[in-house]
Design a protein around this ligand. Structure first.
Ligand SMILES: [Zn+2]
Length: 195
């Protein structure tokens, strides 16, 4: 059980995370609170893990020349609130109270523009590579911390990017084990409530 995951609600920052703050964010619409947690998968270049490229994409510093694939995506103004690397390390790009630019064209239960009312967490991985034990543990701990810090969130309102952008996005993919994540989250929430 990861116990160091704690969110400062005043700043929206996560203690224990590596902070790589991105310029790719803005304010949520007035009066709108985070009500949805979105799970994503990403790897750069696709299928490769461990490089500095995700940090660079999300901070607008990705060089189009570093890899053929980057020519397609360099210059995109995208971000997520956090990334969980293969070893379970959490990187935070955007304060949770702000609007990160992770969902794109999207709808959840008929409500469009999911960036407005969601928190986006990326897992470093692909649709068909199993995510790591450390990632499941970190995601469950982070999710429990978010649900505790933001009572507008709910354990019932957690979706994959593919759920809110069907036909356009496939992440986190069939490799993401929702049952396992749900079980770990339930455990983490019981621990959090007791604490
Ligand atoms: Zn995504």
């Amino acid at each position: 059980m990861i116990t160091w995951v704690k969110i400062d609600r005043a700043t929206g920052l996560l203690a224990g995370a590596r902070q790589v703050l991105s310029p790719h964010f803005d304010a949520r619409p007035a009066g709108v609170l985070p009500e949805l947690l979105v799970v994503h998968g990403i790897s750069l270049p696709p299928g490769e893990f461990g490089g500095p490229w995700i940090d660079r994409l999300f901070t607008g510093t990705l060089s189009a020349d570093a890899h053929a694939y980057f020519r397609e995506i360099a210059g995109q103004r995208v971000s997520a609130h956090a990334l969980i690397r293969r070893d379970g390390q959490i990187v935070q790009y955007v304060a949770f109270g702000e609007r990160a630019w992770h969902a794109g064209h999207s709808a959840y239960r008929g409500r469009t523009g999911c960036n407005d009312f969601s928190i986006g967490v990326e897992l470093e991985g692909t649709d068909d590579t199993p995510y790591t034990d450390a990632q499941y543990e970190a995601l469950a701990a982070l999710s429990a911390a978010l649900l505790t810090a933001y009572t507008s969130l709910a354990a019932q309102a957690i979706a994959g990017h593919s759920d809110i952008s069907p036909g356009r996005k496939t992440d986190p993919g069939a490799s993401f084990d929702w049952v396992r994540y749900r079980q770990l989250l339930d455990q983490a929430l019981r621990t959090t409530t007791r604490g």
